[in-house]
Design a protein around this ligand. Structure first.
Ligand SMILES: NC(=O)c1ccc[n+]([C@@H]2O[C@H](COP(=O)([O-])OP(=O)(O)OC[C@H]3O[C@@H](n4cnc5c(N)ncnc54)[C@H](OP(=O)(O)O)[C@@H]3O)[C@@H](O)[C@H]2O)c1
Length: 277
């Protein structure tokens, strides 16, 4: 099984990342366990409040830094050049790292004002990130929760295409239009909340199909994202689940994959799970 994706700047990125949203207490233990299990890609953010624990777990693992892919994110309300530089260096310090593998603009709008227009601010933040990338402090740069228009504005202003767009993507929300656009630009799509924060795990059709393959519903959901050509970021705080979510050595048949792709409205989705363009 392929274990990495290659970004358009040739940087390799392990194809399953360990998500750390909503892990504050115990982030150290969870990341330590994920690394012991074999994950080599960890996804954090300034907003998660756990960069210090994540960085310490990476260091204490004694795995070579170059074998680990570490992502963190610029808070969604930071929309100026200088503040972006400042927040990046603060993240670097909390993580106790010399560089970051991937730095993302967490969202095109502050979480408190979703959907508001911050095009000018996003361009400022993006220019600062390009500067940090060119200085060698970040190996790749990208965005998160960005729609097509948001990405187009960055490219128009700077001619620099993001390496990654991290978006909500899971069975029943395959993000067809945005995914096709990203693919056309060689932007890797990272699938966040691949289990829909746990909500998919009790959906009848998923439970039944997982039984057929003798895997858990979580494994089926994560494998679906990979088969779609996207990079899943599952999160768990339980050792057994962390291990289970990384064990993806099975094949979904084409017909079952198409059935999963066709599933719609299996539960009520949050507004922000459907990124509008
Ligand atoms: N960029 C963004 O704006 C953004 C937004 C959301 C998420 N993300 C990223 O994506 C990551 C994952 O998304 P997410 O945290 O929403 O959740 P998720 O991975 O879709 O689901 C996590 C939930 O499922 C449970 N779970 C995990 N594995 C399981 C298993 N094998 N069996 C049963 N239950 C299981 C977890 O519980 P336990 O922890 O109790 O095991 C947790 O409640 C985040 O951690 C973050 O890194 C990014």
């Amino acid at each position: 099984m392929k274990t990495t994706f290659t970004l358009y700047n040739q940087v390799k990125i392990p194809n399953v990342g360990f998500g750390t949203w909503q892990i504050t207490e115990g982030a150290y233990e969870s990341v330590k366990y994920a690394l012991k299990t074999g994950y080599r890609h960890i996804d954090t953010a300034e907003a998660y409040g756990n960069e210090k624990e994540v960085g310490k777990a990476v260091k204490d693992s004694r795995i070579a830094r170059s074998d680990i892919f570490l992502t963190t994110k610029l808070p969604s309300h930071i929309k100026t050049y200088d503040e972006t530089i400042k927040h990046f260096h603060e993240s670097l310090e909390r993580l106790d790292m010399e560089y970051i593998d991937l730095y993302l603009i967490h969202a095109p709008w502050p979480w408190s004002d979703q959907g508001s227009d911050h095009t000018a601010g996003n361009i400022e933040a993006w220019k600062a990130m390009i500067h940090l990338y060119e200085k060698g402090l970040i190996r790749s740069i990208g965005v998160s929760n960005f729609g097509i228009k948001d990405i187009e504005a960055l490219i128009r202003a700077t001619n620099f295409i993001p390496h990654v767009n991290q978006i909500p993507l899971f069975i029943s929300v395959p993000q067809n239009e945005l995914r096709a656009y990203c693919t056309s630009k060689n932007i890797l799509v990272e699938a966040y909340s691949p289990l829909a924060t746990g909500k998919l795990l009790k959906v009848d059709a998923i439970v039944k199909m997982a039984e057929k393959y003798q895997v858990t519903p979580a494994q089926l959901c994560i494998k679906f994202c990979l088969d779609l050509g996207t990079l899943p970021l599952p999160k768990s705080t339980h050792e057994e689940r962390i291990r289970n979510n990384f064990d993806l050595n099975f094949k979904i048949s084409e017909s079952d994959f198409n059935d999963l792709l066709g599933l719609k409205d299996v539960f009520k989705t949050h507004l922000n799970e459907r990124i509008t363009n």
